[in-house]
Design a binder for this molecule. Structure first.
Ligand code: FAD
Length: 516
């Protein structure tokens, strides 16, 4: 796939593009926030032929977009609330992402609902009816069953074959279904931003907006420690849970969701996710999510969050204890604090006055302030593309811009290819799942300099650190550890790798590493 502009993001490009904009160049659309929503908007607008700048206070995916469950949902939870249109939209967006825009960054995830003695026959029937409804959504969205097979009941031995760590006592079988899973949420954001850059969008990190108006923003450049004024014909605030700090009229009521990180070998569930019923509740579940790298993320809580919004929320000890306890209820081996390798928490950007779950309907999500700034909040990672399309439609209408129709439904992100094509890419499956068709270029770095073939943490190599700096806009070790790779989800591994990564970042920024 070739793009009209370069897709590489790096410090040199950032400096040149920021200088041009600070020098007075006016863009059609300026988007504040480099999460999945902002990056999606930048791509949508740039692909329609608009001139675009994205300004992000810290780093791509610094906010909520890296703290998700990394699922591409089919909309079942919306259906359960009677939100049929939203459920359909979610299923459609899941299909678009998994088959066209980002097959390389997503995969079908088998999910098992274990049937132990505490799940009645009626309860199992209720869950199966929900799974069948979810499958009807898949069919309506025309996502092939070869990709996401229909749900089915499995026997006790089959359940154990899928997830050997399940508690055998009282196990009479399970309900097996499939949903979409991302390689990683932050990597999706980086791919979106790079694809937007490929259509000419200027992606500017370390630029904190201090004042937003309908015709531009004032921002603090954290690299050069200076204030810049950027001018635009329209401004979209996609600052997520921080959106209210830029536009007074936007009132958010964040909700905190926590996950625990454990070693998959401890649980013995292989590649199958578990949906664990919360004892005493009919439709609340804890999800146990195996990752490609052998880790397992266990989530998810949903608690109202009061007080100032922190840069990086922490998972409360009570959430960690609750998640371990519920997950353990279906496992042979009970999980304890000693099993916890890490934990993370994110804040859902919910509009005040809406329900607790994040299913804002789109018509409530794009708000126009008296000064002309458009704010987009709510939605889900899964529906980013549709949200972006709506936000750009609103900006085009409000500022009378001339733009083509949104092409993003059929626009592959950088590195994307069909699943059959991806299976022939000459690189390890792990690299292909992170870099898609670019994986051989990442691997080639190690052939140019054998030091770059060395691992810095787990299977992550020095070559990936260099790639992150030269092509993915990483400006320091934290960008690499916490967002380009997710080494930081296990703090002990990040601590062990930090000095080496810092040195590699320095060398790459100084042009002392080979390029591919
Ligand atoms: C625990 C949890 C689990 C979830 N799981 C899933 C899931 O599995 N699947 C799914 O589809 N959805 C999931 N979601 C929802 C999804 O993660 C969010 O809806 C989505 O990530 C929000 O993205 P965003 O871009 O709107 O916000 P953010 O990702 O928070 O992006 C906002 C950005 O704005 C920047 N910013 C803030 N202030 C300024 C400023 N003044 N100047 C410049 N930049 C600024 C921030 O640094 C940040 O990077 C989950 C949410 C939570 C909390």
């Amino acid at each position: 796939m070739s793009f009209p502009h370069r897709t590489s993001l790096n410090a040199t490009r950032r400096a040149a593009e920021l200088d041009a904009l600070a020098g007075g160049e006016v863009v059609d659309l300026l988007v504040i926030g480099g999460g999945v929503t902002g990056a999606g908007i930048a791509l949508d607008a740039a692909a329609r032929g608009l001139s675009v700048a994205l300004v992000e206070a810290r780093d791509l995916a610094f906010g909520t977009s890296r703290w998700s469950s990394k699922l591409v949902h089919g909309g079942l939870r919306y259906l359960a609330k009677g939100e049929v249109r939203l459920a359909h939209e979610s299923a459609v967006e899941r299909g678009i992402l998994m088959t066209r825009t980002a097959p390389h960054l997503s995969r079908p995830l088998p999910q098992l609902f274990p049937l132990h003695e505490n799940v009645s026959r009626g309860g199992a029937g209720f869950v199966m009816a929900g799974l069948r409804a979810g499958d009807a959504l898949r069919r309506a969205a025309r996502t092939p069953s070869a990709l996401l097979p229909p749900p089915r009941r499995v026997s006790g031995p089959e359940a154990l074959a899928l997830a050997p760590g399940l508690r055998t006592n009282g196990l009479r079988g399970g309900l097996l279904s499939f949903d979409g899973q991302l390689t990683d949420d932050a990597r999706l954001v980086v791919a979106l931003a790079r694809t937007a850059a490929g259509y000419g969008a200027r992606i500017l990190t370390r630029l904190r907006v201090t004042t937003a108006a309908g015709d531009g923003v004032e921002a603090h450049d954290l690299v050069a420690d200076r204030t810049v004024s950027l001018r635009a014909r329209s401004v979209v605030n996609a600052a997520g849970v921080w959106a209210g700090s830029l536009v007074d009229s936007v009132r958010l009521r964040p909700s905190l969701g926590s996950h625990v990180v454990v070693d998959g070998a401890t649980l013995g569930i292989g590649g199958t996710a578990l949906t664990v019923p919360v004892p005493g509740e009919r439709s609340r579940f804890v999800i146990v999510l195996p990752q490609r790298n052998g880790l397992v993320y266990i989530g998810l809580t949903d608690e109202p969050f009061d007080g100032p919004v922190p840069d990086e929320p922490a998972a409360p000890a009570a959430d960690v204890a609750y998640l371990l306890e519920v997950a353990s209820s279906v496992l042979e081996r009970k999980l304890t604090d000693a099993d916890v390798l890490g934990s993370y928490a994110g804040l859902r950007p919910l509009l005040e006055g809406t329900g607790r779950s994040a299913d804002l309907s789109r018509k409530h999500a794009v708000l126009r302030a008296p000064n002309g700034v458009l704010t987009i909040v709510g939605g889900k990672l899964t529906t980013y593309r549709r949200m972006a399309q709506d936000a750009v439609d609103a900006a085009v209408a409000a500022a009378s811009l001339t733009a083509a129709a949104s092409p993003t439904q059929s626009l592959p992100l950088v590195g994307a290819a069909s699943r059959p094509a991806l299976s022939t890419v000459d690189a390890t499956p792990r690299l292909v799942a992170s870099y898609g068709t670019e994986a051989p270029r990442v691997a080639a770095l190690a052939t140019l300099d054998e030091d770059l073939g060395a691992e810095v943490a787990g299977e992550i190599t020095a070559a990936e650190v260099v790639w992150a700096v030269r092509h993915e806009g990483a400006l320091d070790a934290s960008d690499v550890l916490d967002r380009r790779t997710r080494i930081g989800l296990v703090p002990a591994r990040a601590d062990a790798a930090r000095d080496r990564v810092t040195d590699l970042v320095h060398r790459a920024l100084s042009g002392l590493t080979p390029a591919t």
